[in-house]
Ligand binder design. Structure first.
Ligand code: SF4
Length: 327
């Protein structure tokens, strides 16, 4: 396949077809750098030379009623994950300010375990913290709180919420093998409610949990159809005690690069990033995630695992000749 001609076609506004996407995700190793050249061309065309950095805080950890197969925080799995209730408003605001000042993040998300926000008092803490972060920082405010109803989204938006993070996680056809306590349709519903409320949506998935290449494409086209603004890709970091860890087959670095590049071709205008698991999955090839089309990444620690040192991330981006947005 001529990846640069295909990138030129996509840049001119013609979307990739399912057949082209299938060819992209099966690009042989011998053509991987041609694939990256095409994806990089698209990243530069639609996103310029800038990389966006997102920060998160695990605002409430563990004891989740849901049984997502990969998740250390599910009460259904025996893991060593920390368990604590919702952080205080002050601690949430401090975490956001630190991400802006110390990590160069331009977007920040409060992330809680659990199916939803269970109490009005929890929602009050989150909305007060969002109001304070809106006042005190320039951060793009995001939350990831599980399934939400229209009233909850409305209150969060009134408090300054710009973007809701709610991953589809995996293809609809694989979802029942990943989770049985809620449905793919539940997740789509929350995304649509956010969009109806005028809130941007960040939604992606986790890979290496047993899904096929075709299901990776199925998820990409579903996200395209939903017109989400940002797509985070996570590679399973197997946590002992979770079902996904027991069935884990690690992705090779080239498989990860093929995944990112294929998503860039399918989702040329969206913010696209490789988030959780990038250090472990790509190893020394980590900088190539930007050549594969990523224009955003997560800086600092993940929810239950450590990220690489923020200074190293910034150095990696600068050494590639890229600029960190907002710096
Ligand atoms: S991914 Fe979210 S909903 Fe699923 S088990 Fe983990 S915390 Fe619960």
């Amino acid at each position: 396949m001529d990846h640069q001609s295909l990138a030129a076609k996509v840049s001119a506004g013609t979307p990739v077809t399912p057949a082209e996407a299938a060819e992209l995700i099966h690009t042989p190793d011998s053509e991987i750098f041609s694939l990256l050249a095409g994806a990089n061309q698209l990243r530069r065309h639609f996103h310029g030379n800038k990389v966006k950095l997102c920060g998160i805080v695990n605002a409430k950890s563990g004891r989740c009623s849901e049984n997502c197969s990969f998740c250390a925080q599910s009460a259904h799995h025996q893991t060593d994950c920390k368990v604590y209730p919702l952080m205080s408003e002050q601690d949430l605001v401090t975490a956001a300010k630190s991400a802006e000042q110390d990590l160069s993040a331009t977007c920040f998300s409060f992330v809680t375990s659990g199916k939803t926000v269970h109490t009005d008092s929890e929602l009050r803490v989150l909305t007060s913290a969002l109001t304070e972060v809106s006042r005190e920082t320039k951060l793009n405010r995001c939350v990831s709180l599980g399934t939400l109803n229209a009233a909850q989204i409305g209150q969060l938006k009134a408090a300054g919420l710009k973007r809701l993070h709610h991953n589809l996680e995996t293809a609809e056809s694989f979802f029942p093998q990943m989770c049985t306590t809620h449905s793919y349709a539940d997740r789509v519903k929350t995304i649509k409610l956010a969009q109806e409320a005028g809130v941007e949506v960040c939604s992606g998935g986790i890979f290496g949990i047993g899904e096929t290449s075709e299901q990776r494409l199925e998820l990409a086209f579903a996200l395209k159809e939903l017109q989400v603004q940002s797509v985070p890709l996570n590679i399973l970091h197997p946590v002992p005690g979770t079902p996904a860890a027991a069935a884990h087959r690690p992705l090779t670095p080239f498989e990860v690069l093929r995944l990112v590049a294929t998503y860039r071709f399918i989702l040329p205008t969206q913010d696209l990033g490789l988030f959780g698991g990038r250090e472990r999955a790509l190893g020394t090839l980590q900088p190539l995630m930007f050549a594969a089309g990523a224009n955003v990444t997560l800086i600092g620690d993940y929810l239950t695992t450590k990220g690489q040192a923020p200074a190293r991330d910034r150095q990696m981006i600068r050494e590639l000749g890229l600029e960190i947005e907002g710096n």
